[in-house]
Design a protein around this ligand. Sequence first.
Ligand code: CTP
Length: 408
Amino acid sequence: MNDLAGKHLVLGLSGGIACYKAAELCRALVKEGASVQVVMTEAATQFITPVTMQALSNRPVYLSQWDAREPNNMAHINLGRQADAILIAPASADFMAKLLHGRADDLLSLLCLARPIERVPLLLAPAMNREMWAHPATQRNVAQLRADGAHVFEVGRGEQACGEVGDGRMLEPDELLEDLIAFFQPKVLQGQRVLVTAGPTYEAIDPVRGITNLSSGKMGFAIARAAREAGAEVTLVAGPVCLPTPRGVQRIDVRSAREMQQAVVAAVPEARVFIAAAAVADWRPAQTAAHKIKKDGSGQPPALDFVENPDILAGVAQSERARSGALYCVGFAAESEDLLAHAQAKRARKGVPLLVGNIGPATFGRDDNALILVDEQRATELPRADKLTLARQLVGEIARRLPGHPAH
Ligand code: CTP
């Protein structure tokens, strides 16, 4: 993925131990397609050398407002004008206090103050000791910086370089990267609550065996991430899969279809959108044996009876909120043939406004997919792409269909 392709970023380092993470962050930004101009305060150079940052960013680092390399000698103007965003990582307590007061006695603070405020966002990744972070002065400064238009990322929690444990660590480079990519996505679901199901379900036969399917959960997890990037508050009900939780998403792990249904029923009254991407088992064994079923020596396999699982999506789609349009339901269809006809029939059967079809065997476990969106009027194809790209397109399509939405 090249989620930052074409973006030019100023990566500012102020003084703090977390400067060591800025090296990896810089590398990750470049790998994601961004061009990166590093600017360091004098304090930052105590923690990491400009040589390292120059090598990783492939550009000379700027350190001083008196740098004569710029023909007009105005690095603080030129660097800010070229940037799509200024990211300060780490942002020390002292540097944030300085920004708050509009002080500008070194290149980095000067650059932040001189940036075109409407066009060049300022993003801060705070990093400090837990007492410094919790101090009322710091909290006041963070609130004021936000009010002044800066985007302040969360801090991490855990063991700190000083040996203490608490809030204030800078987010890890991969977390910051995910948050930064999210920052640039259009906020088409800002403030909306979105509920997503993902993955397979597992229906127990006995304590060690069960029936399940080949769904990897990747599409549902990508949708949860894309919805969060679009500004939604996302709850993800996940069957048994080993995938990392997307940043900022509330995850509820379940195993069986009935557990999934319980979690959905509990969360759905708050939701504006319900996206059922899970591959729910249609049947479960009628009984779950309390102990492992043993061979009895007869050579005959045990007879298994099945009962039908509740249809989670159809149940939700029949609710009053869904029928009145207060809840927008999106179903998935994993088919093995005749996709369009099956998707259209399933949309009608499930009673949902939008159904997303895909070819199950061709997508399960893969990182890419191709979708067909079927609504009341038409079928729209989303051609093969990686699942996150498709998930973002799907989120855009859903947002556009929400009654009362500006894009509607
Ligand atoms: N679904 C559900 N609960 C079930 C079965 C399916 O919520 N017990 C949801 C899936 O999450 C998906 C949609 O219904 O959004 C369609 O799932 P699919 O398994 O393709 O359809 P089925 O209803 O099982 O139809 P069929 O087996 O005939 O293909």
